[in-house]
Design a protein around this ligand. Sequence first.
Ligand SMILES: C[S@@+](CC[C@H](N)C(=O)[O-])C[C@H]1O[C@@H](n2cnc3c(N)ncnc32)[C@H](O)[C@@H]1O
Length: 249
Amino acid sequence: MMRIDIITLFPEMCDAVLNESVIGRARKKGIVEFECHQLRDFAYDKHKRVDDTTYGGGMGMLMKAEPIALCYEHICEALGKKPHFIYMSPKGKVLTQTRIRQLALLDHIVILCGHYEGVDQRVLDEYVDEEVSIGDYVLTGGELPALVLADSVSRMVPGVLSDDLCFEDESHYSGLLEYPQYTKPFSWRGKEVPEVLMSGHHANVEKWRREQSLYETLTKRPDLLDNAALTDEDQKILSRWTQSSLTDE
Ligand SMILES: C[S@@+](CC[C@H](N)C(=O)[O-])C[C@H]1O[C@@H](n2cnc3c(N)ncnc32)[C@H](O)[C@@H]1O
């Protein structure tokens, strides 16, 4: 079982997403547990303020350190341990499938969603283990990034997907992009499914899928090939394609 706590100003927004579809079903079955904490409940001044102006001037507000610290300490006390604490931030390391697989091995993660201009640096220095970004762009708040992390990590937890092996062929799992896939009908608007997929010949289907994965990766994300686990046969196929495209030029 894995548990993910999300510290946020918009717990309903997070719950709405985490109650749906595959992750919602896993949540109902108790395979993954999510707790979304309203940060305002940990702001004890009379206006329940969670933000204030920044020292040194500048436009915009910053999230205050104390409510965040109190909320994280509350989670630690309830669990009797200090779970891995992630701050979603455009300054963090960009999330990859490799990191997602590592995080899915933990039994507990706490995620902090920032807002406004971000968060007082002191609480990050004191408690946060890791800053994670979902890409080199900026969103208005950390809820969507936190949900991206919660979804991608949860689906790696055994029992969440109906067939745990189904993600092994997926894009990024082995370092390559996934091959193209087709469903019924066989002929759609004059376009037919590749013959090999109708052959029932398992080895030929596997060979075709591997070649297609290589082709997808070479044409769409050639940068991934540098770190992919490639066999000698894969290398031969790739060099045949790159040679022929050189001679075509
Ligand atoms: C407007 S952003 C703050 C950006 C911050 N002033 C900066 O320049 O780094 C507000 C919050 O959204 C979240 N956020 C925005 N973009 C993100 C991204 N690419 N990855 C993860 N979190 C992000 C963070 O939690 C951040 O605190």
